[in-house]
Design a protein around this ligand. Structure first.
Ligand SMILES: C=C(OP(=O)(O)O)C(=O)O
Length: 518
C-alpha cells in the first residue's frame, strides 16, 4: 500500500532553463514520484494572439536578449513546487485538482503572475507522472482524463511545408501551407506520403528559384520567394503530382491574419514587402473563396483577425470548409463561448500553452465537442523536443494534428511518436484506426443530424465527404464501428431510419451533396 501511494505522490518538483527550437530559453520541469522522474518542456509561439495566457521572460538584456526564463524557473521551484508537494495530491487521479490549484495560486486571468511557461511545465510533467503511476501510456492517461471512448483515433498529420508570415523571412503574408495525407492507410503511410511530397517540393523549388529557395522557416517548411498564396498552392500541387500522391493529399492554409490586420479594418497581404496590398474583409474573403474553388483545401485557420467577428461569421455562413479558430479562441472556453454566439467557426485549434494547463486544454476540447466543433491539436512555432502533443491528439481522438514539416527534430519527434503509438496499438487487441477515408462513413446529407466526432470534411469530385467516428443519437453518444464503415448508399439507406445525424463540419446539410461510394 505504501508503495502504491508513492506511485502517485510528488516528492520533488524541479525546473531548469533550456532551449526551444529558435534557440530561445524555455522552461523544463521535472516531477519526481515513487515511479521515477518525469520531465516536460514548454513550447512558445511567434504569432501570439492577444487572448493567450502570458509567458514570463526575464527582460534582462544582458542574458539571451531579455528572453531568459529564470523567473519562471524560480516560480516552479520556489513558489509552485513546495506548496503543491504539501497538498499531497495523487498525480494518478488529481491532475485537474493540481491544475486548479496552480490557477488559483496564480490568481490572474492570464497566468501572468507565475507565468504560463511555469504552470504548463508542471501540468505536463504531472500528467506524465500520472500516466506512469497508473502504468499506462500517456495517451491512455489523457484519454481517461478526457473521458473519451475506449477506441483510438490516430490523427491525420498536417505538415506545414511552406512557411511565411511571422515564421519566415520571405515575402509571403500567409503563415502556413499544409499538406494532409487523408488518403493514407495509416500513420506510417501518412508520414511517408508527407515526406515524399516534402522532398519533391524541395526539388521543384530548387529548379524554379535556385537552391537558396530551399532554406527553411521556423516550422521546417520551405520559405521560397513567393508572395501570392496561389503560387504556394500551385507549388504544392506540382509536388504532390511529382510524388505520385494526387488525390491522396489535401491542403490546408493558416493565413494567421491577425499578423497583417490593420486597425482600420484593412488587411495588408503585402505587409512583408515595400508594397502594401490592402484588402477589406470582403475582398480577403473573396480571395479565400477563390482558393477554395481552385485547390483541394479542406481547412482554413485564422482567415481573419481575432476580433473581426463579422468577417468570421460571414465567411462561416458562406463556406463549407473546416474553419479553425486559433488567435480567435486561444484554447479558452470563454472565447469559445463568444465564438459560438457569433457562429464564427466550427473548429478549435488546441495549443496547450495558450491556456496553460492540460486540464483546461481538455476542457476546451470537451467544449468543442459539445459545440459540434472539430479539434485540431497544434504545436507552436517555437517548439521543443517534447512529444507530448502526439499523445494528446490520440488521447482526445482529435482526428488531426499539426506539428510542422517532416523536418527538424522538434517536429519529427511528434510524428515519430504517432508512429510509435500506432505500432503499440496495432500490437494490442484495442480498436484503433487512422482518421483517413479508409474508415469513412459516406452518407446522404439530409439524413445527417448530429456528428460528435468526424474527421475533417473534404472535397472529392466536387462533393464534400465526411468521416464519421462518433455520433449523438437522441443525446446518446454512440461510436460508429470503424470495422464496418458505411461505404455504400445502400448500407446507409438501411441505417438512416435509426440514425439522425447532423453535419458538424460544413455549414448546413442543404449545402452539401455527398457521393455515395468511397
Ligand atoms: C503554430 C502557429 O504559430 P505560433 O506558434 O507562432 O503561434 C500557429 O499560428 O498556428
Amino acid at each position: 500500500m505504501a508503495e502504491d501511494n508513492n506511485s502517485g505522490l510528488i516528492s520533488s518538483i524541479r525546473a531548469a532553463q533550456r532551449l526551444d527550437s529558435r534557440g530561445k530559453p524555455t522552461v523544463q520541469v521535472s516531477v519526481t514520484t515513487g515511479k521515477g522522474t518525469f520531465t516536460a518542456l514548454v513550447p512558445s509561439g511567434a504569432s501570439v494572439g492577444s487572448y493567450e495566457a502570458v509567458e514570463i521572460r526575464d527582460g534582462n538584456p544582458k542574458a539571451y536578449g531579455g528572453n531568459g526564463v529564470l523567473m519562471a524557473v524560480h516560480n516552479v521551484q520556489h513558489v509552485i513546487g513546495p506548496v503543491l508537494i504539501e497538498q499531497k495530491f495523487d498525480v494518478r487521479k488529481d491532475l485537474s485538482k493540481i491544475d486548479e490549484f496552480m490557477v488559483k495560486l496564480d490568481s490572474t486571468h492570464s497566468k501572468q503572475k507565475l507565468g504560463v511557461n511555469a504552470i504548463l511545465g508542471v501540468s505536463m510533467a504531472c500528467a506524465r507522472a500520472g500516466a506512469a503511476g497508473k502504468d499506462v501510456p500517456l495517451y491512455e492517461f489523457l484519454r481517461q482524463e478526457a473521458e473519451m471512448e475506449p477506441s483510438y483515433i490516430l490523427p491525420v498529420p498536417f505538415f506545414n511545408v511552406l512557411n511565411g508570415g511571422a515564421h519566415a523571412g520571405n515575402s509571403m503574408a500567409f503563415q502556413e501551407f499544409m499538406i494532409a495525407p487523408v488518403g493514407a492507410e495509416d500513420i506510417a503511410q501518412a508520414v511517408q506520403v508527407g515526406c515524399e511530397v516534402y522532398q519533391e517540393l524541395k526539388k521543384v523549388l530548387a529548379r524554379k528559384y535556385g537552391p537558396s529557395a530551399t532554406t527553411i522557416g521556423d516550422e521546417g517548411g520551405f520559405a521560397p520567394p513567393i508572395t501570392h498564396p496561389s503560387e504556394a498552392l500551385d507549388l504544392l500541387t506540382t509536388a504532390v503530382e511529382a510524388a505520385g500522391h494526387t488525390g491522396k493529399v489535401k491542403f490546408a492554409i493558416d493565413p494567421a491574419a491577425s499578423e497583417f490586420f490593420k486597425s482600420d479594418r484593412l488587411y495588408d497581404i503585402g505587409f512583408k514587402t515595400d508594397r502594401p496590398h490592402e484588402l477589406f474583409p470582403n475582398q480577403l474573403s473573396d480571395l479565400y473563396k477563390q482558393l477554395l474553388k481552385d485547390y483541394p483545401i479542406i481547412l482554413v485557420e485564422d482567415p481573419f483577425s481575432q476580433d473581426d467577428w463579422n468577417a468570421w461569421a460571414e465567411f462561416h455562413r458562406s463556406c463549407a470548409v473546416e474553419l479553425v479558430g486559433d488567435d480567435l479562441l486561444a484554447t479558452n472556453v470563454d472565447r469559445m463561448a463568444l465564438a459560438k454566439q457569433h457562429d464564427a467557426c466550427n473548429s478549435l485549434l488546441l495549443k496547450i500553452n495558450q491556456i496553460g494547463t492540460i486540464s483546461e486544454a481538455i476542457m476546451a476540447a470537451r467544449t468543442a465537442s459539445k459545440f459540434d466543433w472539430q479539434v485540431f491539436v497544434s504545436h507552436r512555432s517555437g517548439e521543443t523536443t517534447d512529444d507530448f502533443i502526439a499523445d494528446l491528439a490520440v488521447g482526445l481522438g482529435a482526428g488531426h494534428m499539426k506539428a510542422g514539416s517532416p523536418c527538424r527534430g522538434e517536429r519529427v519527434v511528434k510524428y515519430n511518436r504517432l508512429m510509435d503509438i500506432e505500432d503499440e496499438l496495432k500490437a494490442t487487441t484495442k480498436t484503433s484506426y487512422y482518421a483517413g477515408p479508409k474508415w469513412m462513413n459516406t452518407v446522404y446529407a439530409p439524413y445527417l443530424k448530429k456528428v460528435l466526432y468526424t474527421s475533417i470534411p473534404f472535397h472529392r469530385n466536387g462533393s464534400i465527404v465526411i468521416i464519421i467516428h462518433r455520433v449523438h443519437i437522441n443525446r446518446t453518444q454512440i461510436k460508429s464501428n470503424p470495422s464496418v464503415p458505411y461505404t455504400t448508399a445502400a448500407a446507409w439507406e438501411k441505417e438512416k431510419k435509426q440514425f439522425m445525424i447532423l453535419v458538424a463540419g460544413p455549414r448546413s446539410p442543404e449545402e452539401i451533396t455527398l457521393p455515395h461510394t468511397v
